[in-house]
Design a protein around this ligand. Structure first.
Ligand SMILES: [Zn+2]
Length: 256
């Protein structure tokens, strides 16, 4: 069983994040078939439209992405666990959105990608208010890795929120993730994006902090899912560690 904690499904072409989509054909159910062909059984994550770096003036685009995620989750029942967007530029709307989405069964916020949605500070007071509500609603928060100090402040200030940072990054970034994870038990890391191709990275992390703190993820369709599955399989860690990373931890954190 493999759960990919970090995927970006799409409804519209502009939300297809594959960097070489002109040479790929995502029609006729290719998205799901392609993921399954890589050996992945279930996916989690948000629909992302790139709104740009400028401050977004209307919550509607966020609402639309969230609605599309819910629609896909209904279409792919048992396959896709949707993640929703919030923004510190819309505290009230974000909290209301989390409340209504929670009522629809949503368990996950993110992956949040501030750089694409006109905001940049994880430690601002507006985002802190949103996280208070996320904690009350017991929503898991998956966030794109950015400034280390901001990430630390955010995680430290919300011990009741389950956080999953995205992307191990290069060695320096990864060691800094491990340091924060050692300090804060409510922080885990998903293996999507940059990092896993550095051989031995996952083994080192598991030895330092235990396999319970790492979740399998790809960032499909930006990244090749087959590469990530093989990378975890080929790390020299115990089978039980692989089981936790491939599905046990996501099941525990999301209550799947
Ligand atoms: Zn992503």
């Amino acid at each position: 069983m493999i759960i990919d904690f970090h995927v970006h499904p799409f409804v519209q072409q502009e939300e297809n994040l594959c960097m070489y989509k002109e040479s790929m054909d995502f029609s006729d159910g290719f998205f799901k078939q392609d993921i399954e062909a890589a050996g992945i059984d279930r996916i989690c994550g948000s629909v992302i439209r790139m709104l740009g770096k400028e401050r977004v003036t209307d919550f509607e685009p966020f609402r639309q992405m969230n609605r599309e995620a819910i629609m896909l989750a209904k279409q792919w029942e048992g396959f896709y666990t949707p993640g929703i967007h919030v923004s510190p530029d819309f505290v009230k709307e974000s909290c209301e959105e989390m409340e209504s989405m929670k009522a629809e069964g949503v368990k996950l916020v993110g992956e949040l990608v501030p750089y694409a949605h006109g905001w940049s500070d994880y430690s601002c007071k507006e985002f802190s208010e949103i996280l208070d509500t996320a904690g009350q609603l017991e929503l898991v928060v998956n966030f794109h890795s950015m400034d280390p100090d901001q990430m630390e402040k955010m995680v430290a200030a919300h011990p009741n929120v389950t956080f999953v940072a995205a992307h191990p990054g290069q060695k320096g970034d990864f060691l800094s993730h491990l340091e924060r994870m050692r300090k804060y038990r409510n922080l885990s890391l998903d293996l999507s994006g940059t990092g896993l191709f550095r051989y031995g990275m996952l083994k080192y992390g598991v030895e330092q902090l235990g396999a319970e703190r790492f979740l399998f993820g790809t960032d499909y369709p930006i990244c090749n899912p087959g590469m990530y599955v093989q990378a975890v399989k080929h790390e020299h860690i115990p089978e039980e560690a692989k089981e936790l990373i491939f599905h046990g931890n996501a099941e525990r954190i999301l209550g799947l």
